[in-house]
Design a binder for this molecule. Sequence first.
Ligand SMILES: NC(=O)c1ccc[n+]([C@@H]2O[C@H](COP(=O)([O-])OP(=O)(O)OC[C@H]3O[C@@H](n4cnc5c(N)ncnc54)[C@H](O)[C@@H]3O)[C@@H](O)[C@H]2O)c1
Length: 417
Amino acid sequence: MKRILRVGCIGLGSRGRGLMKKLIQMQPSKVVGLFDLKQPCIDQALEDCKALGETRVKVYPSAQAMFDDKNVDAVVIATSWAAHIPLATAAMKAGKAVGLEVGPAMSIEDLFTLVDVCEKTNGRLMFLENACFGRDELLAINLIKEGVLGEIVHAVGGYQHEVADLVYKEFKNMNTENAGNERILNRINRNMEPYPTHGIGPVAKALGINRGNRFISLNSVSSKAVGLKAYIERTDGKEAAYDFPRLAQGDVITTMLKCARGETVVLTWNTVLPAPASRLLKFHGTNGMINLEKGSIYVNGVNEKGKWANKDDYKDKYKHPAFKWFDRNKYQEKLGLKPGSHADMDFITLFAFVDCTLKEYDYPIDVYDAATWMAISVLAEQSLALGSAPVFFPDFTNGKWMRRGELKIDERWDCGV
Ligand SMILES: NC(=O)c1ccc[n+]([C@@H]2O[C@H](COP(=O)([O-])OP(=O)(O)OC[C@H]3O[C@@H](n4cnc5c(N)ncnc54)[C@H](O)[C@@H]3O)[C@@H](O)[C@H]2O)c1
């Protein structure tokens, strides 16, 4: 077994550099290579490497040159959305393990290609959906695993994160060399569920999706699109708001999914209307409910009838092995991770990728999960184009979901039930 994973980082925007810095700080990984289409991003990444004492990093002239280098074991892809799948498939064809950042898909065909390449090359791909390693999410997963909430019947998730400022900045930079990660381009041209994976990841893991269960259909509704104009009017005045283009993308997208085992899921996306950030997670089972947005739990026979309790009453007894390990090793303090940020779950996700690659464990979030969760973006787009009609959910496992066994994995990295 290799002791150190040599990683190449592709896509060195704010997210990619954040991941790169964590990979440098982690003992079992070493950042050996960098690539981005933009020179200023490479320069900034090199500065960050230097500040962390990593001075022997190679800059490649192309992503393919990095994939062709036998001194690179794995790549982490954090580019803008449309490049994710072409880069991931090229990396797997070259025999590299892939850690892939989250985002929407461009087409269902692309997702089948991703799965096909992974299967045919015996490839290794972990989807870096960090919300699956959130402290609260893993508490809920452990409570479900231990049967505290009974059998899960309904789940709610989503992505509520007010980023009107970022989207407007992207719009202003659209035709410059600072053009960014396609959020605005997609908003102008597509009405879809642009960021489904933070919400659906923990829900899919709790419902055994792709291991004994699957999504069978979905339909979406879209609100009108007025939030960005309102934001621009507040910040830059009426005239700027008037000049802003009409968006295809609605402000709030609500998606309903139905599972083969009978559970239902509601997913909500909202990233311009003002609200505190939340992944809106709720699980409702035959013995109770957890509502992570409220921080509340209701367990039949334990709570006073009809009264919520604080979910923190359960946080020590049901702490997930990943956080037992994280807290025992005092990583928050050791690595100077900002409390209250999502640095803890980002660290655990990346550590899981590195450890599972080195030890050849199954990945906790594999290519089938990646394809299924990203597909929601395009399926919602189809449903919306058809006036919110239900659309059939493709089975990326091609029937394997009915007989896939347990994960071979360290319990710390198992984010499912
Ligand atoms: N998991 C999370 O919590 C989280 C948080 C933020 C962003 N993200 C995801 O991370 C990714 C990057 O986000 P960001 O905010 O850093 O975006 P960004 O636009 O700041 O950076 C993207 C970078 O990728 C580069 N790039 C684009 N296409 C490329 C290609 N073909 N080859 C090499 N480089 C290429 C761009 O030049 C840019 O530097 C996105 O997919 C985003 O959805 C995830």
